[in-house]
Design a protein around this ligand. Structure first.
Ligand code: ADP
Ligand code: PHD
Length: 439
């Protein structure tokens, strides 16, 4: 049996956290391949090493003095090395990094050093072999992850290695330069390694006891989800459940490998199992709730728009022309609404409105800003009557004005639009009605 274990930044923020990780790995011989993130926050006010690297590199790129900022990063690693009593020096590594920053090696290179250096420490601490992710994870000429090339190289390389540490978050592009995944991407690395070694399980260790029904920063003591499907998890993580990167399921899903999200600070707890399919009923009608703030609704009205062939396509062209991505699009007979990210849309709204006018000549266009979208996700919802009704009544009781409600055709999720200000209360109200009443 082979297990791949990924430890997030919160699990590796200090020597004390490293020691817990060491105990977890040594407790099970099958934990043979380890994927570390960069050191995360030691407390709420702390800064992740990845963020320190981005700011340090921004100074280098602006040709300002970055040596002080780099020294602070070195101190974080040295405090881990000293706290673990290792006889390891990263002096040579930091000299190389300083030179490469001065030569403007790129933002991705800079950010990747967080995982690279932590991987060297982890390998030294465990007595495992260190494998640079740049040698085994590849992106193609369009910048997309190269599944085929990576799987082949990774499987070949690891077939000769009994126990190894492979840093998360990065690989190399088609020119051999370092390239990172998007933020939180070490979760993807763990999934890629799991597929290549045919792991029996991919353990993803973090600072909470699994994927919880709602974000614990909003709902105190949110319950852990025991079993969730890949599809449900993807919906939740895309909509803001940041415990797992939304793309991390793809490699393992192809190989049918379950993901187990576990808590480094409470390893005895079972955590969450993420699987293809399950006959196990969820504890509640819903599996989870997640959401994001910061959307604008663009309402487009035109009498009889439903009989105008190509209306929606042409209206959407207005967004494409202006480089705006679309998040969600509920529609009615004479109206369609397009939800876009406020950050992306601000400053371009007049261009988009004039494009819509030119392309579809609507009767009315109006904008509503400062909205939040909430996804209520659950495989059990389609067999339970009245789910949407319960959501409505919970929100009405909490005095929350529902701007939009939309059920996907898969009946796996219901999307609700509320004002940004009502976001937290809406999530709490939905959590209470389904979880606290135990139905
Ligand atoms: N539904 C959820 N379940 C669990 N954690 C969540 C959820 N939504 C948001 N989170 C947040 O995700 C955090 C874990 O992800 P992250 O900070 O990326 O950890 P790591 O550093 O281990 O990768 C938790 O501490 C929690 O605040
Ligand atoms: N360190 C990177 C990649 C990562 O996955 O980190 P974490 O496992 O701490 O979310 C980031 O901050 O984005």
């Amino acid at each position: 049996m082979v297990k791949v274990v990924k430890f997030g930044g919160s699990s590796l923020a200090s020597a004390a956290q490293f020691a817990k990780v060491g105990d977890i790995i040594r407790a099970d011989e099958s934990r043979r391949y380890v994927v570390p993130s960069a050191p995360g926050k030691r407390n709420a006010k702390d800064t992740k090493v990845t963020d320190m690297l981005y700011s340090c590199y921004a100074l280098a790129e602006a040709e300002e003095d970055f040596k002080g900022a780099l020294k602070k990063i070195k101190e974080r690693y040295n405090s881990i090395i000293n706290g673990l009593n290792l006889t390891l020096s990263l002096e040579d590594e930091f000299r190389t990094i300083e030179k490469n920053f001065a030569d403007k090696a790129g933002e991705d290179y800079a950010a990747s050093r967080g995982e690279y250096l932590n991987g060297i420490i982890m390998a030294n601490y465990l007595g495992y072999e260190f494998i640079d992710a740049a040698e085994v994870i590849f992106f193609d000429e369009n910048g997309n992850f190269d599944d085929y090339k990576t799987d082949k190289a990774m499987a070949e390389r690891l077939s000769h290695v009994e126990k190894a540490v492979i840093p998360g978050f990065y690989g190399s592009d088609s020119n051999g330069n370092v390239k990172t995944f998007s933020r939180g991407g070490s979760d993807i690395t763990g999934s890629i390694v799991s597929k290549a070694v045919h792991a029996s399980v991919y353990e993803n260790w973090t600072d909470v006891s699994g994927c919880l029904v709602a974000d614990p920063r909003i709902v105190e003591n949110a319950q852990p989800i025991k079993v969730i499907t890949y599809r449900e998890l993807r919906e939740l993580s895309y909509m803001g459940a940041s415990v797992l990167h939304e793309d991390a399921i793809f490699p393992v899903r192809k190989a049918g490998i379950p993901i187990n999200i576990k808590n480094t600070n409470a390893p005895e707890e079972p955590g969450t199992m993420i699987v293809e399919s399950t006959c196990q009923k969820a504890d509640y009608t819903i599996t989870g709730i997640a959401g994001k703030r910061g959307f604008v609704a663009v309402n487009i009205d035109k009498d009889m728009m439903n009989s105008e062939v190509g209306f929606c396509r042409k209206a959407l062209e207005a967004f494409e022309e202006n480089g705006i991505s679309i998040e969600h699009m509920p529609s009615g007979i004479d109206t369609m609404t397009v939800f876009v990210h406020q950050e992306e849309f601000e400053g371009k709204e007049q261009q988009v409105i004039s494009s819509i006018r030119r392309l579809v000549n609507p009767d009315i266009i109006d904008l509503e800003a400062d909205l939040a979208l909430i996804a209520v996700v659950g495989r059990g919802m389609k067999s339970t009557r009245g789910t949407a009704g319960r959501i409505f009544s919970a929100l009405a009781h909490a005095n929350i004005n529902v701007k939009m409600i939309d059920q996907g055709s898969s009946e796996l999720n219901i999307i609700i639009g509320v004002s940004n200000n009502d976001f937290d209360n809406a999530i709490k109200a939905i959590y209470d009605i389904f979880v606290m009443t135990q139905i």
